[in-house]
Design a protein around this ligand. Structure first.
Ligand code: 4AD
Ligand code: MG
Length: 459
């Protein structure tokens, strides 16, 4: 007999004479004549109740079933007289697949997030993390759906790269040289290395995406990115996923319109298609979340310049840990103040000083700022970073010279500005930060299956 998943059974509109379910026992209680088990198979938040009659052939074995054990049940799907559930299964036979011993760590109903992080290999078996990772899966699908509907092409940008997109030097090195050999030689000899060239894990697929936007029009890449920045915060991980659209014939305004459309679409998709799992977070994790989700979907996002944002921050009576200074990057406390307290909704900040932004951003007519855009959101701060790109060869070369970047290394990038260069724009949205936003989860380590952070790669 073929196994049916619990989410399908719970959605059934008739009783069914014979079904087979398999899953993990969440709780079990026994009476004289019956054993009641709550079975979960991960297909949805809800469990299905199994009722095993003491007349069953292997009833004595059922006695040893513990929390966390895996079982298969054949039986009848019948209407449940109990509250809060439409269906239950009356077992005809129970197959024991694996008995979890007493030291199964998930015995209690509630565990702290900190403890669950130490058992990241098991935490998806709890209601909260099961919900979080089902939402993550659904959101990844929604990203592809959104871009497919809009006619964007999906591009696989390389994971191993020979260039540093952000120019921040926060890259993980990729090499096949043996540490001992390097130590002996006293240096890394790239000529002897696998690619005969310095190689790193990518921090962003943008530069490759630009090349393809100038060929296919609208493209996006969605994949893992890596940053060796030593920031041990609740919003940074060393390996994260980023969705990066890149659009030909698009300027900064078009870029923002697109970002707003994306965030609205994904949030609405979550609320509509993951309502049961989202309710875990609106009801139990964060009472203010419902309002945040409504705001994300319904409100028009604010748009202001970096200069105006600095003015607002300086005029605010707020005591910040880090001083607000014109010409400097904003700290996340400043970003959160703007989105959370001042605008009370997402806000795009544009036109940052060129000094604090990467080489590829388009220089504005004032010669002082670039056409950069960050989207700041309540509770998190920066969700999106992007820009209109510098499409003018001469300006780009000047900026690269100023920043000390090698034109030889970026020859292919510069080629795109020589052959049919057009205005284009794009951005990157941190997938984990987006998941934090729509679930109210406050630590980025809790929205990625196995987080990588400084000093930590257990799993
Ligand atoms: O602002 P960033 O650095 O922008 C870029 O990498 C551009 N090349 C993207 C582009 O224009 N195609 O990163 C984009 C986003 C951030 O806004 C943030 O949401 C996320 O990526 N991000 C991180 N998320 C988790 N952990 C980290 N260490 C992150 N660093 C950036
Ligand atoms: Mg950024």
């Amino acid at each position: 007999m073929k196994r049916i998943k619990i989410n399908r059974l719970l959605a059934s509109d008739t009783s069914i004479d014979k079904v087979l379910v398999k899953g993990w026992v969440r709780t079990k209680r026994d009476s004289k004549e019956f054993s009641f088990m709550e079975l979960n198979d991960g297909s949805c938040l809800k469990n299905i109740q199994i009722i095993a009659d003491s007349q069953l052939e292997n009833y004595s074995q059922i006695g040893v079933i513990t929390t966390g054990s895996a079982i298969g049940v054949e039986g009848r799907l019948v209407e449940s007289p109990g509250k809060g559930q439409k269906w239950e299964i009356h077992a005809d036979s129970v197959e024991i697949i694996n008995i979890a011993p007493e030291d199964y760590p998930l015995q209690k109903k509630r565990h702290s997030d900190e403890f669950l992080r130490t058992i990241a290999h098991l935490r998806a078996r709890t209601n909260k993390y099961g919900a979080a990772f089902r939402i993550r899966s659904e959101m990844a699908f929604a990203i592809h759906k959104f871009y497919n509907e809009k006619g964007f092409r999906y591009l696989h940008t390389p994971i191993i790269t020979g260039s540093d997109c952000e120019g921040a030097g926060e890259m993980f090195r990729v090499t096949s040289l043996e540490p001992d050999a390097v130590a002996k030689a006293g240096k890394m000899d790239f000529n002897q290395d696998f690619f005969a060239h310095e190689a790193n894990l990518t921090v962003s697929g943008q530069l490759s995406a630009e090349m393809f936007a100038l060929a296919l029009g609208d493209v996006y890449t969605f994949g893992p990115t890596f940053r060796a920045e030593n920031s041990n915060t609740s919003r940074h991980v060393a390996e994260f996923w980023m969705v990066e659209p890149e659009m030909a014939f698009c300027d900064l305004d078009g870029n923002m319109d697109h970002a707003e459309e994306l965030v609205k679409y994904l949030t609405l998709h979550a609320v509509t298609n993951c309502s049961e799992d989202i309710a875990v977070f609106t009801d139990f994790v964060d009472k203010g979340l419902k309002k945040v989700l409504d705001t994300l979907i319904q409100q028009e996002y604010a748009r202001i310049s970096y200069d105006d944002a600095i003015d607002l921050l300086l005029k605010s009576k707020k005591e910040f840990e880090y001083k607000v200074e014109s010409g400097k990057d904003l700290q996340s406390e400043h970003e959160r103040f703007l989105a959370e307290e001042y605008f009370k909704k997402p806000v795009f900040l544009i036109n940052y000083p060129e000094k604090i932004k990467p080489f590829y951003m388009r220089l504005n007519d004032d010669g002082r700022t670039v056409a950069a855009v960050d989207l700041l959101v309540p509770r998190i701060g920066e969700l999106i970073g992007g820009s209109q790109r510098e499409e003018r060869l001469e300006m780009l070369e000047q900026r690269m010279d100023k920043m000390g970047l090698s034109k030889e290394t970026y020859w292919w990038y510069l080629d795109s500005r020589r052959f049919g260069s057009v205005p284009h724009a794009g951005f990157g949205m941190g997938f984990e930060r987006f998941l934090m936003l729509i679930t109210g989860i406050t630590n980025i380590r809790d929205v990625i299956p196995f987080p990588r952070t400084p000093g930590n790669i257990d799993f």
